[in-house]
Design a protein around this ligand. Sequence first.
Ligand SMILES: NC(=O)c1ccc[n+]([C@@H]2O[C@H](COP(=O)([O-])OP(=O)(O)OC[C@H]3O[C@@H](n4cnc5c(N)ncnc54)[C@H](O)[C@@H]3O)[C@@H](O)[C@H]2O)c1
Length: 438
Amino acid sequence: MSVVGTGYLGAVHAACMASLGHEVIGLDVDEQKVRLLSSGKAPFHEPGFDELLKEQVDAGRLTFTTDPADVADCRVHFIGVGTPQTSDGDAADLTYVDAAITNLLPHLGPVDGRAPLIAGKSTVPVGTAQAIAERIAPTGALLAWNPEFLREGFAVQDTVSPDRIVYGLSKDEAVAAESKAILDEVYADLLAREIPLVVTDYATAELVKVAANAFLATKISFINAMSEIADATGADVTTLAEAIGHDDRIGKKFLRAGIGFGGGCLPKDIRAFMARAGELGLDDTLTFLREVDTINDRQRVRTVDAARTAVGGDLAGRTVAVLGAAFKPDSDDMRNSPALDIAKRVQDEGARVRVTDPAAGAVLRARGSEFDVVDSVEEAAQDADIVLLLTEWRQFREIDPVELKKVAPAATILDGRNALDPKRWRDAGWTYIGIGRP
Ligand SMILES: NC(=O)c1ccc[n+]([C@@H]2O[C@H](COP(=O)([O-])OP(=O)(O)OC[C@H]3O[C@@H](n4cnc5c(N)ncnc54)[C@H](O)[C@@H]3O)[C@@H](O)[C@H]2O)c1
């Protein structure tokens, strides 16, 4: 099989498929990435991925190329290229998906007398799969949409043990049956472990992915809205979340108030979903997602406001330690990272900002950061007027407040992820500020 687009999704998918015993070729347009991956080195930080990649490359089951001709013999082509937000609007930019299909088209002949299958994994607006199916029909190739739900930081685990697998299949019964048979072979190991399989049509499969992300984003913005109310009333949003989370219908997950969501998926996916609804004449249907997005942005502004207040009303000339640059822990992905955004806003107000992040720090430095990037919490916090915890890495959650106070005598911390124990920090002499916590 081939995996077209070997970024966060594609590279992990390729290595995981190889680990299931398949022979996999990763195809990407980025020569440097292909070179790195071919040598068994991961181009990004993802727990467990380095080892898996090296193991599969060494075993000879996993190779990488920039030449589409190399994948001509593949029975299955997974599409995992990016679908970012367009530069001039909210919609998804499908340029990369279109290019991936264009590059594959000349190589889509029968393999061992059977039609090859293109299986889309990228997150796309509803209607995209049908359009691709029509484009590839003259070659005889089949199309399925097989959305991906992996979480960065758990990508390997989520790929080999997903919560569910979704097949979006053609309305043509023969095409659907053949596509399903191929995917069943690909995922035989997972299906044998009784991982739930949902078989549906293209439109539903495309929608499942964006609906899931819209729901998760809504849950985060809901609890963040509660944090605003808590801040105004002296209530504690963490206790509120715990209490409502005991209700099975609500659940505890994704109810941690903080600086909000970011990354390469949630923000652009909810915007693309709204844009697609508009194209369908359903502008009003998803307007609540605009509010979800607005609440999320406001958390960043509120965090900067809280930091400014904590240092006496003016950030200019202050030294600010920023713990975390990645949009979430166990990742070096800084796409639409709330942590970086807040660091930039603070710096724009004239503060001296020192950033540290266990994985993203090196990436930040390599790309020529506008911030002073340092290697340790102690360096970042040295004589800082305020410490901002913005990505909840385990290393930061486990900081000893007594020790840290020795280098940061101003001893003021803003816990942007409500990840610390306020009592422990206050007992150590710190001024602790959380999000929606008294
Ligand atoms: N990252 C995640 O956690 C995640 C989870 C679920 C779904 N997704 C979806 O998966 C898709 C990919 O996301 P990502 O985070 O891996 O993006 P990414 O930017 O890390 O990777 C995309 C890759 O595609 C390559 N590419 C672009 N055009 C190409 C072409 N014509 N042929 C071959 N390769 C090409 C790029 O060079 C890049 O390596 C998106 O639609 C995203 O929404 C991502």
